[in-house]
Design a protein around this ligand. Structure first.
Ligand SMILES: Cc1cc2nc3c(=O)[nH]c(=O)nc-3n(C[C@H](O)[C@H](O)[C@H](O)COP(=O)(O)OP(=O)(O)OC[C@H]3O[C@@H](n4cnc5c(N)ncnc54)[C@H](O)[C@@H]3O)c2cc1C
Length: 323
C-alpha cells in the first residue's frame, strides 16, 4: 500500500535542494527503486521531489581535460548506447549494459543506480534490522546466501549497483550539490561501510543531490572491463562481479584498479592485489598470487562461502585476459 505523499517538481536545482532539505523529503529520478521502496514501506516519504525538470543534470559531454561528464539524470540505457563511453570507458559501458532489464535501463538513471537502496530481503521486508535503526542484522543468523563476505559487521548487505564498482575502478569523481553548496567526492569515498554508519549507503546528507559524474581521461595503455556473475542468465543482481582498469606499459602493469561487486556493502577495492601487480608482467604465477590475495580477510556467513572461490575465479579470469 502506497502511503500518501506530496509530489513536487522544482524547476531549479536550488529549489530542489531546498525542498529536499525538509524532513521526510526524497529525491525522485527514474523512480524504479524509490517507488518500490515506498510501496513496500521500506521507508516513508512526506514529499517526493522530482528531479525531472532539471535538464542540466542530463546527458554525456566531453570535459576540457579530455575526460567525460555524465549528468546524474542520464539514463543507464543512454550510457550503454554512448559511443565515447564504449570506446574509452569500456568497463562502465559493460557494467551499464548488465544493469537490470532493458525497461529498467531505459527508465533508471545513473544517479539513481548509485543511490539505490540495498536489496537485502530483511531490509526490504518487514524486519526492524540495523539498517532501519534496529538492533540486529537478521542475515547473520538467517538466509544469507547473497550477502557480504567482506566489510560486514553491523550489517551484511551487498552493494547492489553494477556501475558503482566500474566508476570506482575508473577513478571517477562525483559532484554533490546541497544546502552548504557544491562539493566533489572521489567515487571510492562516496560509499559508506556499515561500521561507519549502518543506516545509509552513501555520504549524501539531507538536501544533497548527486548532480554529475566526472571521468578523468584514460591514460595511454589503460583498458577497463566489467564481468558479472549472476545466478541465472537473465537479468539479476551480481552474486559477484569485477571491475578492472589496468594500464600496461611495455608489457608491464603501470597502474591498476580492481573493484568487486556483490560481495561487500560498498564497491570493494582490492588494493593489496593492485599493489602486487604494479611494475610486473602478468603471468600465471602472478595471477595465482593475486587470486590468493583477493580473498584474504573474507568472512563468509553460513550460506555464502561459495563466494570465496567465486572471487578467486573472477580475479584469475580478469587477469588472464590481459596476458
Ligand atoms: C527488478 C530490478 C532489477 C534490478 N537489477 C539491477 C542490476 O542487476 N544491477 C544494478 O546495478 N541495478 C539493478 N536494479 C536497480 C536499478 O538499476 C535502479 O532501480 C535504477 O538504476 C535506479 O534509478 P532511478 O533513476 O529509477 O532511481 P530512483 O528510483 O528515482 O532513486 C533511487 C534512489 O536514489 C535516490 N536518488 C536518485 N537520484 C538521485 C540524485 N541525483 N541525487 C540524490 N539521490 C538520488 C532516490 O531518492 C532513491 O532513494 C534493479 C532494479 C529492479 C527494480
Amino acid at each position: 500500500m502506497l502511503e500518501t505523499f506530496a509530489y513536487v517538481r522544482p524547476g531549479t536545482l536550488t529549489e530542489a535542494v531546498k525542498l529536499l532539505s525538509s524532513p521526510g523529503a526524497r529525491a525522485h529520478a527514474g523512480g524504479t527503486d524509490l517507488l518500490g521502496c515506498l510501496r513496500d514501506e521500506v521507508f516513508r516519504a512526506e514529499t517526493v521531489v522530482s528531479l525531472a525538470k532539471l535538464d542540466e543534470l542530463r546527458g554525456v559531454a566531453a570535459t576540457p581535460d579530455g575526460g567525460l561528464r555524465i549528468g546524474a539524470l542520464t539514463t543507464v540505457a543512454e550510457i550503454v548506447a554512448h559511443a565515447v563511453v564504449k570506446e574509452k570507458y569500456a568497463g562502465l559501458s559493460q557494467a551499464a549494459s548488465l544493469v537490470a532489464s532493458p525497461q529498467l535501463r531505459n527508465q533508471g538513471t545513473i544517479g539513481g543506480n548509485l543511490c539505490q537502496r540495498p536489496r537485502c530481503w530483511y531490509f526490504r521486508g518487514d524486519y526492524a534490522c540495523t539498517r532501519k535503526g534496529g538492533e540486529l542484522c537478521y542475515a547473520i543468523e538467517g538466509e544469507n546466501q547473497y550477502h557480504a563476505i567482506f566489510g560486514g559487521g553491523a550489517c551484511w548487505i551487498v552493494h547492489p549497483s553494477d556501475t558503482a564498482p566500474a566508476l570506482v575502478a575508473l577513478d571517477a569523481t562525483f559532484r554533490i550539490v546541497g544546502p552548504k553548496g557544491s562539493r566533489t567526492v572521489p567515487a571510492e569515498k562516496f560509499f559508506v561501510l556499515p561500521d561507519e554508519n549502518a543506516k545509509k549507503e552513501t555520504v549524501l546528507e539531507a538536501g544533497d543531490v548527486l548532480t554529475e559524474i566526472l571521468l578523468p581521461p584514460p591514460h595511454a595503455g589503460q583498458a577497463s572491463a566489467y564481468r558479472k556473475v549472476r545466478a541465472r542468465g537473465s537479468w539479476d543482481f551480481a552474486m559477484a562481479g569485477i571491475a578492472t582498469s589496468i594500464g600496461l606499459k611495455a608489457g608491464k602493469v603501470a597502474d591498476a584498479r580492481i573493484v568487486l561487486s556483490g560481495v561487500a556493502p560498498i564497491p570493494w577495492r582490492l588494493q593489496a592485489v593492485e599493489k602486487i601487480l604494479i611494475g610486473q608482467k602478468i603471468d600465471a604465477k602472478l595471477i595465482a598470487k593475486a587470486a590468493d590475495l583477493a580473498v584474504v580477510g573474507a568472512k563468509p556467513l553460513e550460506q555464502n562461502a561459495y563466494k570465496v572461490p567465486l572471487v578467486r575465479g573472477i580475479v584469475e579470469e580478469a587477469l588472464a585476459k590481459l596476458v
